[in-house]
Design a protein around this ligand. Structure first.
Ligand code: ZN
Length: 182
């Protein structure tokens, strides 16, 4: 009689996750990337699509998260980014002056933009790459979750922002002992 394979038992990890990627998790926004050398892209737009995956322990009802509660959180964040020009607040190559009615942006290459205030979102990000936009969305979700789903027991959160079919930036965050293990 062979010994039980204790190693496989002790290393086994079971994980539950939910993933939401509804068609309506999208936003159409303008931006320009600022490269590492300080140069920039031309102002242009994307129809971004968002996916969110959450790993966690099942809570009441044997759910990681209740879709009915979770989907509106993601949708409202997407809606908040929709039809705006997205500007990064903390890029050393871009100087922003925010007025009540307009936002002025000067890039180090000498270009100057002036947008109506309501057409712009200034994000607390160093850049508006898909990776950074994914970070922004993830942090917004994490701000909302404690009040909306207080008993959620999350192990990780991953947000993907696709800017065109086949290319997406992803941000992942792990919590608790999972974070320490990495
Ligand atoms: Zn772009």
């Amino acid at each position: 009689m062979s010994e039980p394979k204790s190693t496989s038992r002790t290393t086994r990890t079971e994980t539950y996750a939910v993933r939401v990627y509804k068609q309506y998790f999208n936003f159409g926004s303008a931006h320009f990337l600022i490269f590492g050398d300080g140069s920039r892209e031309e102002l242009h737009g994307h129809n971004y699509k968002v996916e969110v995956e959450v790993e966690g322990e099942p809570i009441a009802g044997d759910l990681v998260l209740d879709f009915i509660v979770f989907k509106p959180i993601v949708k409202s964040i997407c809606d908040g980014l929709d039809h705006r020009t997205l500007l990064p607040r903390s890029n050393p190559n871009l100087e922003l002056v925010e007025h009540a009615d307009r936002v002025e942006a000067r890039h180090r290459d000498g270009s100057y933009f002036c947008f109506p205030r309501r057409d712009v979102l200034v994000l607390d990000l160093p850049n508006t790459s898909t990776e950074m936009l994914a970070t922004f969305i993830a942090n917004k979700i994490l701000d909302e979750l404690p009040s909306r789903i207080p008993d959620a027991r999350l192990r990780s959160l991953a947000v993907s922002v696709e800017e065109s079919p086949g290319q997406a930036g992803i941000f992942k965050v792990r919590f608790g002992s999972d974070a320490a293990a990495d």
